[in-house]
Design a protein around this ligand. Structure first.
Ligand SMILES: Nc1ncnc2c1ncn2[C@@H]1O[C@H](COP(=O)(O)OP(=O)(O)OP(=O)(O)O)[C@@H](O)[C@H]1O
Ligand SMILES: [Mg+2]
Length: 271
């Protein structure tokens, strides 16, 4: 399992702060699907190991396309993307993709779905059962371990997806609006759960959302993308203390300042 803190390179001099290397490096990235306008153009972005980054931007600005580039699912037309120094590729062992609509296998129970993730990752049969049981408990589904997905609420299904994803211990998690189909109360519970899983995994998360409150609650940094797919128009560091709770955030004036700042930036990105 990865440690929470990345190895930090030595500073060149005693006076310069050390800068952790980018785990995901996007340089002048362009993606085209045909047509006149590129889906992405001139995108530059560095994401550090262990960082939680939220991507926001107007519908159609290229957020999913950017995740797909990182996952190695769409070809790059211009520029480059590297993960730990190597090119993205579908099926890389260090990347896990989680979508709004969970991809649970309907013929497998909760525990069997979590075990499936370990199975395809090559974890030995003996170890699979105990790791899966640990994660099913951790996401609060111990009493539902033998339920099939059709008998679960949407929130429980996403809990199962998170258990399956984090049980395999990948280094990079790409999440495309994973909680967008949930009611707001379930969403808040899943924020706590995701932050807990992330905190104990040390993984890097790139999280796409249209929900500004969600982005502020979860992320170390919000990236605002241009409506025209022409890159990053703003980066907003979220230096609110962790652990973060919904109650404490609502009472924190800094949270509301960050909300206003992000909203202003989003509005400006659409003109
Ligand atoms: N497979 C594809 N074939 C053709 N065009 C595509 C394809 N995928 C995305 N596009 C186009 O690329 C652009 C960016 O789409 P993308 O899905 O990345 O946006 P998005 O920011 O994720 O939007 P949303 O917030 O609605 O999910 C859009 O103009 C879209 O129509
Ligand atoms: Mg999308």
């Amino acid at each position: 399992m990865l440690g929470k803190l990345a190895a930090v390179p030595k500073a060149d001099s005693m006076n310069e702060p050390a800068v952790p290397p980018a785990e995901i490096a996007i340089r002048d990235l362009g993606v085209r699907f045909g047509g006149t306008r590129p889906a992405l153009q001139g995108v530059n972005l560095d994401i550090r190991h262990g960082e939680f980054v939220a991507l926001v931007g107007a519908s159609g600005c290229g957020k999913t396309t950017l995740l797909n580039v990182i996952a190695g699912l769409v070809p790059i037309a211009e520029g480059s993307a590297t993960l730990s120094g190597t090119a993205p590729a579908a099926g890389r062992g260090d990347v896990c993709y989680i979508l709004a609509r969970d991809a649970l296998l309907p013929w497998r129970t909760v525990i069997q779905n979590v075990e499936y993730g370990l199975e395809v990752s090559g974890v030995r049969r003996g170890e699979r059962a105990s790791i899966a049981a640990h994660y099913v408990e951790k996401v609060g589904l111990g009493n539902y371990r033998n339920f099939y997905p059709s008998k679960l609420s949407q929130g429980m299904r996403q809990r199962t997806s998170l258990a399956r994803a984090f049980a395999v211990g990948r280094g990079i998690y790409l999440m495309d609006e994973p909680f967008s189909a949930l009611d707001s109360q379930t969403k808040l519970l899943l924020h706590d759960l995701l932050l807990d899983l992330w905190d104990s995994s040390g993984a890097t998360v790139v999280f796409v959302t249209h929900d500004i409150g969600e982005a502020i609650t979860l992320a170390d940094r919000i990236i605002v993308m241009s409506k025209k797919g022409s890159g990053v128009v703003d980066e907003i560091p979220i230096d609110l203390p962790r652990p973060r709770s919904a109650d404490a955030l609502q009472a924190d004036e800094q949270y509301h300042d960050l909300y206003r700042r992000t909203w202003a930036s989003l509005k400006a990105s659409t003109v």
